[in-house]
Write a protein that binds this ligand. Structure first.
Ligand code: TYM
Length: 317
């Protein structure tokens, strides 16, 4: 029997941060390592285009994202690592979904409502974001989609869209996906206690040097309401067992600077192997090109076969 499919994507609109790592990258890789899934991990560059409209920056961020997958331990010979833009079926299927989707339904998306509330001009691409994401997921018959809590609604949109397509065209073409959201890392907090996010400027970059880690940690806002600095602790528990931390925070009660120093030490040690791998791979352009060429080919084969079924189901073939 075929293994269930795991799929996730990253939209690198800025340097990847440890929220991306703990919220999606690590859960996806851990699940894949169990050997129970076929995995697709991709760079959502056409989603990124809503935010990054500068070719050099797009290339730089795309490279970093692929390096992150590899440095975090993904074996590209086993998992399919690819770029969304290299599989044209994503945008084609997105169009087909547009035709069965209503405006009011998309107006309920959090990302759109937030942009509206902030008075931002919303591009058609941003408005339509959930349909491209539905195509990303449904093309590969993904069963599970490991993501952070902020993407839950998007996976629900994909699920609803699969159901609607199957109902309208009276054929079970698409598999219904489930989000996988690990409770302890559903919302990784940033240096100010809010969700870690590129747009809040509160991130700890995944490939930060020790100095950059130190700078970010020293900027963590400490609230002295409780008996321990909660924002420091909330990040610390990601890289060291809570049992050990309770003892440390008890011993260093009130000594916020020392606790921050301990966090710098622990973050640095935790990410050292990933950073070393990143340093080893970053100059190897052939490797990245090779991974993407092979991944793109494997992804296209699956996506194109699915599109044949879709075209037959809608009556254009
Ligand atoms: P993106 O690029 O914003 O984030 C990538 C992944 O990181 C998770 N994440 C977090 N998790 C916990 N705490 C945080 N502070 C945190 N910040 C980010 C996100 O939830 C996400 O899982 N739309 C997606 C990309 C995408 C996608 C897909 C994902 C496009 N198509 C298909 C899965 C399946 C996005 O913008 O993620």
């Amino acid at each position: 029997m075929a293994k269930p499919v795991l799929l996730t994507g990253i939209k690198p609109t800025g340097d990847l941060h440890i929220g991306n790592y703990f919220g999606a990258l690590k859960p996806a890789i851990d699940l894949f390592m169990t050997g129970k899934y076929n995995a697709y991990l991709f760079l959502a560059d056409y989603h990124t285009l809503n935010f990054i409209q500068d070719a050099e920056e797009m290339r730089r961020l795309s490279r970093e994202c692929i390096l992150a997958y590899l440095a975090a331990g993904l074996d590209p010979a086993r998992a399919v690592v690819f770029k969304q833009s290299e599989v044209t079926a994503h945008t084609e299927l997105c169009w087909i979904f547009d035709t069965i989707t209503t405006m009011p339904y998309l107006e309920r998306a959090h990302a759109y409502k937030d942009a509206e509330a902030k008075g931002r001009e919303v591009s058609v691409g941003t408005f339509n974001y959930p349909m491209l994401m539905a195509a990303d997921i449904l093309l590969y018959d993904a069963n599970v989609v490991p993501v952070g809590a902020d993407q839950k609604q998007h996976v629900e949109y994909a699920r609803d869209t699969a159901e609607k397509f199957n109902r309208v065209f009276k054929e079970e073409v698409f598999t219904l996906p489930e989000p996988i959201i690990q409770e302890e890392v559903a919302v990784v907090p940033g240096t100010d206690g809010r969700k870690m996010s590129k747009s809040y400027g509160n991130t700890i970059p995944l490939f930060a040097s020790r100095d950059e880690i130190a700078k970010a940690v020293m900027s963590i806002t400490t609230d002295s309401k409780g008996d321990k600095p909660e924002h420091v602790f909330a990040i610390h528990r990601l890289v060291r067992p809570e049992g050990e931390l309770m003892a440390l925070y008890e011993e260093k009660r009130g000594k916020y600077k020392e606790l921050k120093e301990a966090l710098i030490e622990d973050l640095d040690a935790y990410f050292a192997p990933i950073r070393a791998k990143y340093d080893e791979l970053k100059g190897d352009d052939t490797l990245i090109a090779d991974v993407l060429a092979k991944g793109g080919e494997r992804a296209r084969a699956v996506a194109n076969a699915k599109m044949e079924r879709v075209r037959a189901a809608i009556g254009v073939a």
